[in-house]
Design a protein around this ligand. Structure first.
Ligand SMILES: Nc1nc2c(c(=O)[nH]1)N[C@H]1C(S)=C(S)[C@@H](COP(=O)(O)OP(=O)(O)OC[C@H]3O[C@@H](n4cnc5c(N)ncnc54)[C@H](O)[C@@H]3O)O[C@H]1N2
Ligand code: MOO
Ligand SMILES: [Mg+2]
Length: 418
């Protein structure tokens, strides 16, 4: 007899067995969407020097004190400050240096006036600029460190690298970026009814779809999928496959063969491996037979063969484990409150996870249950981006009620269950 446990308890048992993986260095070109392996702190001030945000003239502000439209002041332009032409002298009162956006403020200057507010002219072989408005000291200067201060913590370890993070890494000259090694996750599809995707259908057989669904889920979770392929339903085959897979990966997923049928060998395989079974029944739908076990530092997830149950089992239990291996603090799925769009009147003895599409409607988050809510259904996964959580023991839910929803496309996660 299998004793069901609660979903939260099952996730916690899995997380208790998790450990943090190692880091590796990848070139910045290959680091997008990887998970940062270290906190990133500013190694320098950015900008590293006071600089001009505009094309214009660097001046000593007091020189413009008397400037107005009727009484413009005229300053002598004594040099040009660009990226390649550095003006090395010190500016004196009533002088100006022509300056380009991003160039360092020359010594002696304490303000910049935009080019559009000035007029340059030449007289007696010298260049002058006419200014019709007073500039304040400090005006139009991007200060050293105003963007990022040396030593400040910018990005936490475990964060997924976004385009903005790539910019920060390059700003600090990271040619190689410390990232977490992607946990290796092997997928074994069990079932004598399964056909390779490239084979034509035969009566009573089906294409192996779980392998590719899981591969994509592993990618989404920042793991490295290894596809073991299909294994026929004999104890020897399944046992051998699982044993081999344990040499290939940190995490071993099987789909199918986990229930109580004559050809469901996963429970027996765990027994023969003398694995510590963490659970083999959960008070939830779909995926009540979802199992997990550990042998040494390898974890085995026995996901249901039914596609929707397999999908949900991965997101609820495998994903948090991968997150923990990636050094992420928020291992649980992120949740939101949303308005249910349709009646869901089936009474629920167990917690039910309804595949749903979450979206904004008139500024409100709404959760739309998708298609047939059966565990053997594939089509409901097409638009799934979230799971509505309907607690067990309820009489059903009416359209318009507020429900908890777990976000699947999210990268941030949460530090606790619902
Ligand atoms: N007497 C009972 N029968 C069942 C129970 C139960 O408690 N008592 N639980 C049911 C529940 S709930 C589920 S879910 C399934 C779980 O079945 P298994 O995990 O043992 O999976 P299989 O029997 O191998 O296959 C189930 C179903 O899924 C299809 N399948 C399997 N692998 C794939 C794949 N790679 N790609 C696509 N589809 C796959 C398979 O053909 C079956 O149709 O057990 C219930 N029964
Ligand atoms: O609980 Mo089974 O896993 O879907 O129907
Ligand atoms: Mg079965």
């Amino acid at each position: 007899m299998r004793k069901p446990i609660q979903v939260e308890e099952a996730i916690d048992r899995v997380l208790e067995k998790s450990y943090e993986g190692e880091i590796e260095y990848v070139s910045i070109e290959n680091s997008f969407h990887r998970v940062l392996g270290q906190d990133i702190t500013a190694t320098t001030d950015v900008p590293g020097f006071d600089r001009s945000p505009y094309d214009g003239y660097a001046v000593w502000a007091a020189s413009t004190e008397a400037a107005s439209a009727s009484n413009p002041v005229v300053l002598e332009v004594v040099g040009t400050q660009g990226a390649d032409s550095v003006w090395k002298e010190s500016l004196k009162p009533f002088q100006a240096v022509k300056i380009m956006t991003g160039a360092a403020i020359p010594e002696g200057a304490n303000a910049v006036i935009m080019k559009e507010l000035t007029q340059e002219f030449r007289k007696d072989g010298k260049t002058y600029v006419q200014i019709k408005r007073k500039v304040e000291a400090g005006e139009n200067i991007s200060r050293i460190g105003e963007d990022m201060k040396k030593g400040s913590l910018l990005i936490e370890k475990g964060t997924v690298i976004t385009p903005g993070i790539s910019a920060v890494l390059a700003t600090f000259g990271y040619h190689y970026v410390p990232v977490m090694k992607s946990p290796k996750v092997v997928v074994i599809a069990t079932g004598s009814e399964l056909l390779e995707v490239y084979k034509p259908l035969e009566k009573g057989k089906i294409h192996n779809s779980n392998t590719y669904m899981l591969q994509a889920q592993i990618f989404r979770a920042h793991g490295e999928p290894i596809l073991y392929g299909i294994v026929k339903d004999t104890f020897q085959n399944v046992f051998q496959a699982v044993t081999k897979a344990m040499q290939m990966a940190d995490i071993i997923i099987t789909t199918g063969g986990v229930s109580v049928g004559d050809f469901d060998y996963i429970p027996k395989v765990y027994e023969h491996l003398q694995a510590q079974v963490l659970f083999n029944k959960i008070g939830m739908r779909p995926g009540s037979v979802t199992s997990a076990a550990v042998v040494g530092n390898k974890i085995l997830f026995g996901l249901s063969g039914n596609p929707s149950a397999c999908y949900v089992g991965f997101e609820l239990f495998v994903r948090p484990y991968i997150r923990a291996m990636l050094g992420q603090k928020n291992c649980y799925l992120k949740r939101a409150r949303a308005i249910l769009t349709k009646d869901f009147l089936k009474p629920n003895p167990f917690t039910r996870f309804v595949r749903a599409k979450l979206s904004y409607h008139d500024g409100k988050l709404v959760a739309d249950p998708i298609g047939r809510d059966k565990s053997n259904i594939v089509s409901s996964l097409i638009h799934t981006n979230s799971l509505i959580v309907l607690p067990g023991g309820s009489r059903g839910f009416q359209a318009g009620s507020e429900v908890n929803v777990l976000l699947i496309e999210d990268e941030e996660g949460a530090s606790s269950w619902l």
